[in-house]
Ligand binder design. Sequence first.
Ligand SMILES: [Ca+2]
Ligand SMILES: [Ca+2]
Length: 239
Amino acid sequence: MRHKIPAAILAFAIAGSALAAVVHTTAGPFGGFFGLWGPDVSSQQSVGARFIPSGDFTLTSIKMWFMNNSSTTHPTVKITLRTDQTAGTVSTPSSTVIEQWTINIQALGWNPIQEVLLSTGGVALQSGVKYWVVAESTASSGSSSVWNYASVGNTFSATTLSSGAWQPGGSGAALTLTVEGTVGLPNPADINGDGVVNGIDLSFVLSAWGACASCQADINRDGTVDGFDLAVLLSAWSA
Ligand SMILES: [Ca+2]
Ligand SMILES: [Ca+2]
């Protein structure tokens, strides 16, 4: 006799113990009133979009749609996840980079493609805190990528002036942006950010043993990788 396994149980088994969640998302670029459009990401202009998590998460990926002013070359774009710098009531991206990626835009011409940027792990996204995703490029404006606006909706965004300084953000059209994570802040003992505390994390502690300034294996962040960190790691052991 055979039993069918309910789909919900299968899905849970595949997802594993870390609960995947959408931290922030916009609509895609297609079907809006203005068609396909967006700000250039070039040597003349950097572009940022802000999001505020409604709960605590650990970052897993960032997804953004880009098209391209060139139909022959794939411009290089540097994407950074940054903290916010609020002066008075003006919110703009700070220069503090939490994680960064360098990609060559896949799209050629005005046919947008969604870029998927995977986090290397361990990045905390805290509830109610302002974060920015910033796109920068040295490409000239005529052959630069274009970060697509979402078909509907508004979100907070900012662009740079020709001086390179950020100009005050505003709530205009939403830049396409999806941020995904697992529920809950990262466990500092999970040094490689894979969701479990095991021998791999132990190997990081052992190989970094001794004085170590701002390294991940220094779990209690006291400047030294030693028995205290080992004790924390062993008490958080997953398997
Ligand atoms: Ca781990
Ligand atoms: Ca330590």
